[in-house]
Ligand binder design. Structure first.
Ligand SMILES: C[S@@+](CC[C@H](N)C(=O)[O-])C[C@H]1O[C@@H](n2cnc3c(N)ncnc32)[C@H](O)[C@@H]1O
Length: 219
């Protein structure tokens, strides 16, 4: 294993559960902890991001919104599947710069918005597929975000939250309150979605995740 990755993992273990580490896992923003967070995301989330896009079954005619795209691991897969509009909603300026550098294409819009309010950019009933990888833990209050996702998704549209709940149980509750699969599914149902969840094991310790799949009903 590379030395810098060992260092990042050790620093994370030392500070796991602190407010500053959790805030940087939500949105990398300070030099040392931000570096730890971005390093761990890049090294640990690639397989899950690719698998989550496969689970989403994006077609050439799908409009897609990814919330919390980070360094673009999932987005790189999404743009291979569709030529329609793709929105990457990302509150981190560092990540938005990295996403722009990927030159993903004319159909990709990188939005510097909090996902709780996308009214000025994304129309009602316009998104076929919505994705959030390692995101839902941080959305608070969760129902406000889910209502916004319900607004932008088309009837019949599908979303996936890819979650590693086992890895985030020590996170600071005030920053990451959504630590339970059952609670997230319940919140989705309350917002009007249909929801199911599935545990997916891609073979190594960083690549086991829960895919919470949700659907906006036609009626
Ligand atoms: C834990 S990181 C995951 C990044 C990437 N999806 C991955 O799995 O590597 C969470 C990401 O969501 C973004 N984010 C967090 N809260 C957000 C919000 N309310 N609206 C938009 N983006 C948000 C952060 O900036 C960060 O890029």
């Amino acid at each position: 294993m590379k030395l810098y990755l060992i260092l990042a993992r050790n620093l994370f273990s030392l500070f796991d559960g602190t407010g500053i580490m959790t805030r940087n896992m939500r949105k990398p923003s300070t030099p040392v902890f931000g570096w730890v967070a971005t390093t761990l995301m890049k090294a640990g989330n690639a397989k899950v991001a690719v698998s989550a896009v496969q689970e989403l079954r994006v077609s050439q005619t799908d409009c897609v919104c990814e919330v919390g795209s980070g360094n673009g691991l999932a987005l790189l897969e999404v743009v291979k599947q569709t030529s329609q509009a793709v929105y990457a909603v990302e509150i981190s300026g560092i990540f938005r710069s990295q996403l722009r550098a990927l030159n993903l294409g004319q159909n990709v819009s990188i939005l510097d918005r909090d996902a709780s309010n996308l009214k000025s950019e994304i129309d009602d009933n316009s998104i076929d597929k919505l994705l959030g990888v390692n995101l839902v833990y941080f959305l608070t209050p969760l129902n406000v975000y889910l209502d916004e996702f319900f607004r932008i998704m088309k009837p019949g549209g599908m979303g996936i939250f890819a979650c590693k709940f086992d890895k985030i149980q020590n996170f600071d509750e005030t920053v990451a309150p959504n630590k339970s699969e059952a609670d997230v599914v319940q919140a989705l149902l309350q917002s009007g979605f249909k929801a199911t969840s599935e545990f997916i094991d891609l073979g190594d310790i960083n690549s086991r995740y829960t895919a919470i799949k949700f659907y906006k009903p036609f009626f």
